[in-house]
Design a protein around this ligand. Sequence first.
Ligand SMILES: [Zn+2]
Length: 274
Amino acid sequence: MALEDHLGDILAKSRASLGLTTDMLAEVAGVPEDVYAALEASGRWDGQVALDRLAARLGLDATKLEGVARGWEPASVELGRWRELRRLTTGDSSFTVNSYLLWDEATREAALFDTGLNAEAVLEVIGAERLQLRHIFITHSHYDHVEALGPIRQRQPQARVHSSSAHAPLEQRNRPTDFVHVGGLRITNRDTPGHADDGVTYVVGNWPEDAPSVAIVGDAIFAGSMGKAVAHFELARQKVREQILSLPAETLICPGHGPLTTVGEERGHNPFFR
Ligand SMILES: [Zn+2]
């Protein structure tokens, strides 16, 4: 799976959050405006544009930004280590979103994290694996993450929905002290607003055979980038730093878009975090 954001996307997100124009950044980089704009659009870096100067102006880590420019990707993750955790990707060739389904192998109790854009894939696994869907955890209420909630609840009405949305009924709303057991697995939540007001990260621990904890982050952070947070950029970064990158390095990060990654990979390579 390709990175959600290429170099140009990273530059454009940072620029928008600081209210800068492409003209201004072209001047910083010492190139004509159309050369800078082409870099933002394509993400292809030929070494002409001074990335270190752009990084300094945008508050990005220059070394990590150059890493992305040179094709860094997180080491690919073998999900079989987490029995059982599945990524379900819905959408089309132009736009996809990840949701995640996990279950306890012995009890067959299951939890879904975000619904994706359609219900078929998740209902198919639930049927094939004879699972009992107990919980649906929502990372944030942007449409691509909750689009299939209605049809899934229709088929699985016993599943309890959890979210941090102020509009959610009280009995569904996350509290910081909540923990939920799905068989032997233990799920806690931590607020990660910024990209969305109701952004929340779920941390799943106590996996069999000492597999590392799993953080299901929605769009708070992507491999090498982060979700758009124009109005709350600093808040978004602070929450990711405090609530996600503070987890043990081997923690698996399951983002709403793009490939799986780890806390260690993102500390070492995500240009938004110095
Ligand atoms: Zn979102």
